[in-house]
Design a protein around this ligand. Sequence first.
Ligand code: SF4
Length: 362
Amino acid sequence: METLDTWQWQMANRITDISSLRNYVEISEQQAGEIAAAGARFRWAITPYYASLMDRKDVNCPIRMQAIPSILELQNYNGMQDPLQEETQSPTPGLIHRYPDRVALTVSSECAMYCRHCTRKRFVGQPVQRTTWQAIQAGIDYVTKAESIRDVLITGGDPFVLSDDRLERILRALRTIDHVEIIRFGTRTPCTMPQRITDQLCDMLAKYHPIWVNTHFNHPRELTEEAAKAADMLLRAGIPVGNQSVLLRGINDNLDTMKSLLHGLLKMRIRPYYLYQCDRIVGTEHFWTPLTTGLDLIDHLQGYTTGLAVPQFIVDSPMGKIPLNRSKLVELTDDHAVLRNYEGQTMTISCWVEPRLALLAI
Ligand code: SF4
């Protein structure tokens, strides 16, 4: 008999209606109508595990805000369906080739939970052609022919909602390609459904090293014992685990919350990797923050806490990811540079290199 501890149970018992949701949170009749309206436009489903982290009464609970449809999703008009223009950078359905040496292969349109801020809100939860085996094979064929590709990111939706067998079929095919050096997964399951990280999955993944995993925690309340166990299992299988957060208004756009998240991740041995400016996706405007919010956060982290805890602040774009911070380089000449430290103090260092040594360095 399946139990609460299996990912199959979690998937089969996802919350997709108001009456089930009421087992976890209080919902007024007006809120119920709003959830139904927004949920009809953008798919929703929440694992019982993730719902169990919600505050029963607080409508501003950061777990609730990420998972329960909000009427605000229907009240903003400035977002785009595909601001990163992924659809126009797809030589085969579901394969995104934006950078010279790497591709993203979307292998599933399903997720354990449908995050309200999702960049791929346009297709997650929808039955789309790009995630058929035929489409996945077309992507693998493309990678086989493109010898410049050394890095394949397997993404979705969430690839870890696929069975171990399906994932292994993809990995086995990719590992026949000599020029593919590393394979990365983007998955939110360690956060939304940590039961998915099983011994069987880890043993299977470890056969296809080097494998990397990037996951997606946004708030310290997501850093539970179950999540820590999932991360530990991946790490013990030799899989480095990084984290990509999205900066979300009302959820993690203040220093205390962000620090607590980043420090908690390090305690779980997950490396904070990216902090994304929220993409301009239709239905997500209520989460957007000014660019200065992210820049200020980085300013108050760098130097004030362990360097490993500080993610790169990223604005994503059709032209690629753009890391942003306020420059610490005040002045640069052939002879010297003026640098600013984290407390705002400046110092001058010499840049001059004896010409013979400079030539050797070229
Ligand atoms: S798990 Fe990832 S792809 Fe799926 S809805 Fe959340 S952010 Fe989007």
